[in-house]
Design a protein around this ligand. Sequence first.
Ligand code: SAM
Ligand code: SF4
Length: 329
Amino acid sequence: MLIDNHGRTVNYLRIAVTDRCNLRCFYCMPAEGIDYVPKKHLLSYEEMLRLVRILATMGISKVRITGGEPFVRKGIMDFILKLSQVEGIEQINLTTNGILTAPFIPQLLEMGIHSVNLSLDSLDKERFFKITRRDELHKVLDTLHLLVKNKVKTKINCVVMDGQNMEDILPMVNLAKEHDISVRFLEEMPFNGTGLRLQDFKWNFKNILAHIKQEFPNIYKIEDAPNSTSLNYKIEGFQGSIGLIPSFSRTFCGTCNRLRLTPQGMIKTCLYDDGVFNVKDLMRANLTNDELQTHILKAIGSRAKNGFEAEKNRKNQKGVSESMSTIGG
Ligand code: SAM
Ligand code: SF4
């Protein structure tokens, strides 16, 4: 088991397989995109698999594939297949924007994928375009319908943004009425590639809940899964559930069980840190698995207590400004 210096068990790895994306969500990256990492500086699938095999022997049993958009990287399905064959990896989850995802759903099911998080911030074509800068809502909705039809465990991630998608909150909640899905609302974080907030941070999880309560006063709290980042709720008569993710308030750090791997090979022990060490550089310098394990143990043994401490300890003191597509969420 991997246990950090605050007594938290770490058993979950999130892999951002690419920094490239086919959308341009304004809260994640600028309209012109970001400077993509040259291919040779990206971890290869083989390097990712090597790391996963090492981590699986150390206690990591759960993996999430994220990005950028995972489906824009060539060979992703073959990678997921190989990942599903690694001894000790019991659960594979996926986060996707749903643009290219639909045709792969049957294969993902065959590989035993555990759940899919689908990002969807608006059900309105024009607002979707304003947020993502692409006119592709219909593709995301097709993916959602196919996931539901195939009974894939599905969670929707909706970032709440003042002046952008407030009209969507209640229709989004209503998606959980007809479908057994979890609709989760995230606080916006400053990982937009500029570091500047485009609107005031008004919608923390408490205010989002109060907003939902006005329309659904009978919303009630349910038990959260261990290590859950979301606070979960039910509404009488609804098939699905509602979740609130305090991603900026950071109230969930006390039970954090995650490690992150960036497309360039940085190991992060907190979403808000700026990387602990680069595993790609060490692999390419021919370190052995035992030597890599030593670096991993050192990183786990000196984790920040929470996201505020991690942000304060950043080597780059300018604060959080990178694009979330270089981290994976
Ligand atoms: N491209 C995929 C997608 O959008 O689902 C996976 C990568 S994306 C970076 C992962 C998650 O991070 C998405 O649910 C997205 O909404 C969320 N995200 C990105 N930037 C964010 C920000 N500034 N604040 C809060 N959530 C953010
Ligand atoms: Fe792409 Fe996901 Fe970032 Fe949107 S949130 S730009 S879909 S990586």
